[in-house]
Design a binder for this molecule. Sequence first.
Ligand code: SF4
Length: 318
Amino acid sequence: MNISLTKLEQLYQLPFNELIKKSHDVYRRHHTINNIHLCGSLSIKTGNCPEDCAYCPQSVHYQTDVSKQALLDCNDILNIALRAKTHGVTHFCLGAAWRHVPKGNTFQKVLEIVEQVNRIGLQVCCSMGSVSEEQTEALFEAGCSTYNYNLDTSPEFYSNIITTRPFESRYQILQMIRKSKLKISCGGILGMGESIADRLKLIYLISQLSPQPEMVPLNLLVAIKGTPLEHEPFIDPFEYVRIIALARIAMPQTIIAMAAGRHQLSFETQALAFFSGANAIYIGERILITPTPDLNADFNMLKKLGMKAHENNLDIRQ
Ligand code: SF4
């Protein structure tokens, strides 16, 4: 049975060590311990997005240093994807700054990119904005395995962050994607000024999807100059670990990823997050357009912790 919001609130009140002990036990029961999924990502179309997400430098509403980039050439994408594969990446996310996945020729190009990236042996995840039922079908047929569609934050806090689309339509589309053949990656961003209650509600709502998402990326705000959140203080790292722990308890089988903003965390905090149940990271030069830690530093950290890359794909359901 899915977890209740009240239960999440009770768990959140536990002393830190008790909470992470509980989430570690859940993690051990459902996953191969010390194995980590390595994910890569690439922004294949950057900037000029009509949405106004307050954290995002790709929105047309804000003046930022992000260079706009039309849809990249398929060969360039393949070269980057191949390089990621040599680093042990199994899951590769293609991100595009669109409100809706476009139709016509551009969509045909997207399908070709998906097919080519999948052909080199990577699981393809697409993160391209709202998508129609027909498009989920076509993406699946082209070799896309997962669609990323984040809820970002709680319904109550949502309008502080995004005004160009309502939370309700976001949630409806998410449910439509859940019914498609695609797996779901659905997470949020922490540290945007939301309350603890907002964070718990976000985890609660994501965990209510049926079946639960195959992957939950938990991002940390990267406060970027020119966006409305540029002066937002960094979240208390213990808070981030607590939310990872709650997500692990609420979604035992799901892959919980430390996603954007991980470069702002110490190795020690990341080690606590792994202990609490995080079992995926994004490596490489960037996660879409935000920085990632240095690749060698990541590999050193994993070595020190005795963790190794997961060789299997994301489909861990029994
Ligand atoms: S987060 Fe995505 S939808 Fe929002 S402004 Fe950025 S690119 Fe557009």
